[in-house]
Design a protein around this ligand. Structure first.
Ligand code: GLY
Length: 567
């Protein structure tokens, strides 16, 4: 199998699996549709339709993003949310840009050792399931602040589509039916009073999911904005929910929550400007560090997933993830050496000892433990409007369906984001990521994230909007999507479809999507010290590319139910 047929073969498998992707999409000369006015790419067809309607009704990209965020909380409850947090990077048509950190924070009653037993070992699942796993949600304040600064349409108008979807219901996809059925037992355990996510019998594709309690909560947010969530009825219900388990989020925690505008992290890659999310996400810094690490190498000449390209990318990923574990945390609590980490010279120096004949050893880069890897959920959406305002948002309740606790009477899932702290420094979280003191639990602190909403410019103009879910694999997926466009000349859909791999320093192995990487290259890598481990899909990148004529090309990831809509 040669380099050209491999991607085709890979995509045939996707076609069979999800009936969405045609192998043709990977052929260079067959372009996905392009649009002139606006594009919305999200993880769910209903949410993409909501965003598109808002754009058509005269809303800008931020209006559409706010409406999509609330719609995803209804139609994509495994990651879309109002009970979690996220990050937004936006770029305005005039070239100005900003980033908003609406990450959850640790409740004031949180303690560094709150998930450890008497011997100092993490108690299984305590940071993952139940009321104690939740940080103070940030989404509602984030959306309020984004709308206050940039929104054009009325706030209530932006909530309306989500309220209707929750009130009237929507048909669930096959994937959603399977996910809900698979979690039934846990939902019942954590929600003894019942939840709309559980039905008598099994869910099936096309069943209507109606969520009246969530509709009510969304209408309170519509009527009262921030206070509709952080005060009054909904706040009371959250605090009552805490009391039902061992949760610690208080009225004061909710009232005091503030999303924060932050200076985006900005750099360049082969003449493209990269605008990404700074801490409390590690995403932007890690992405730029990886780009800087490979910039000196002729990837385009070597080719997509060629032997040398793979070696350089894996070694870059290894080194950057080692730095992430040591140097990154909430900048309000820890001085992140940001300038050093994205410096070209620093990253070139880190790459100086790579050996094309043999893999580096992660133990030589930094010491670490054996890790486990679990599923990664979160969701990303990308939007460009007709004026070329652009929004890139990644949002999450951490694991799929978060803590599995639905706030009784309020109908929304709470996050299990506390697991993104270093529960015990040196011990891996659910994504197998290790952290140090920089990411230790402290009251009011934001847990370190991997989310990497990113916007790129070329020649001073908007070029690309990109991001993905995927926990620890987020940064490597965004990194590879950017290289696919910039170095390997793929169109947006090809770049999103292309098979991915992932190395995160520890464990010292390269996770490879099944059928990614040619056999010949696999052999070469494995006989020179790389451990390749096949796994299921990595990431769900949703992105938009601005073509030289100004038209917009969406890339919706066929690994999920993701849809790009434009007009
Ligand atoms: N909860 C996944 C992340 O923030 O990266």
């Amino acid at each position: 199998m040669n380099g050209k047929t491999l991607p085709c073969y890979f995509l045939i498998l996707f076609f069979l699996a999800v009936s969405v992707v045609s192998c043709d999409i990977f052929k260079r000369n067959e372009l996905p549709p392009s649009y002139h006015n606006g594009v919305v790419v999200t993880a769910h067809p209903e949410a993409s339709a909501v965003g598109l309607k808002i754009l058509k009704d005269g809303g800008n990209a931020v209006d559409a993003a706010v409406a999509v965020q609330f719609a995803l909380a209804v139609v994509y409850p495994n990651a879309g949310n109002i009970g979690g947090g996220g990050f937004m990077v936006c770029r305005n048509a005039d070239g100005s840009f900003a980033s908003l950190d609406f990450r959850e924070v640790a409740p004031v009653a949180a303690k560094m050792d709150m998930y450890l037993d008497d011997e100092g070992n993490p108690i299984t699942d305590l940071s993952l399931r139940g009321q104690l796993a939740s940080g103070v949600p940030g989404v509602v304040d984030g959306m309020v602040k984004a709308h206050e600064r940039y929104g054009k349409l009325e706030w209530t108008q932006l909530l309306q589509p989500a309220i209707l979807l929750a009130q009237q219901g929507f048909p669930i996809t096959t994937r959603q039916a399977q996910e809900l059925n698979g979690r039934k037992e846990s939902f019942e355990k954590h929600n003894p009073a019942g939840t709309a996510l559980v039905k008598a019998g099994e869910w099936a594709e096309g069943d209507t999911l109606v969520q009246p309690e969530l509709a009510h909560t969304l209408s309170l947010i519509g009527q009262h904005g921030r206070a509709g969530f952080y005060e009054g009825e909904v706040a009371n219900r959250i605090v009552d929910e805490m009391a039902r388990g061992n949760g610690i989020i208080s009225h004061a925690d909710l009232k005091n929550y503030e999303a924060k505008w932050r200076e985006p992290v900005v750099s360049t890659y082969r003449g493209h400007r990269i605008i990404s999310m700074p801490p409390s996400s590690s995403g932007g810094i890690a992405l730029i560090s990886m780009l800087k690490s490979v910039e000196a190498y002729p990837l385009s000449k070597w080719g997509f997933q060629s032997d040398s390209t793979m070696r350089v990318m894996i070694e870059a990923e290894r080194r950057v993830y080692a730095d992430r574990a040591t140097h990154l945390g909430d900048p309000d609590y820890y001085e992140v050496p940001q300038a050093m980490l994205i410096d070209s010279g620093y990253n070139a120096e880190r790459m100086r000892n790579i050996n094309f004949k043999h893999a580096s050893f992660s133990s030589d880069i930094y010491a670490g433990n054996l890790l486990r890897i679990e599923s990664e959920e979160t969701t990303h959406f990308s939007i460009i409007d007709e004026e070329n305002n652009a929004v890139s948002i990644t949002t999450t309740i951490n694991g799929s369906y978060g803590s599995h606790v639905v706030v009784d009477g309020a109908g929304f899932l709470l996050n299990n984001e506390m697991d993104d702290f270093s529960v015990k420094p040196g011990t891996p979280n659910m994504y197998g990521l290790i952290g140090g003191k920089a990411n230790a639990i402290e009251p009011g602190k934001r847990m370190l994230s991997s989310m990497t909403p990113t916007i790129m410019e070329k020649d001073g103009k908007l070029f690309m909007v990109v991001g993905t879910p995927g926990g620890a694999t987020i940064m490597t997926s965004v990194f590879q999507t950017i290289l696919n466009v910039v170095d390997f000349d793929m169109n947006m859909q090809q770049a999103v479809n292309a098979p991915r791999f992932h190395h995160q320093w520890l464990p010292d192995e390269v996770l490879v999507e099944k059928d990614a990487v040619e056999d010949r290259i696999r052999h070469s890598l494995t006989t020179t010290g790389y451990k390749l481990v096949d796994r299921n899909s990595i990431g769900r990148v949703d992105a938009i590319l601005v073509l030289p004529d100004g038209s917009l090309q969406g890339g919706a990831d066929p690994r999920g139910d993701d849809v790009a809509l434009g007009y």
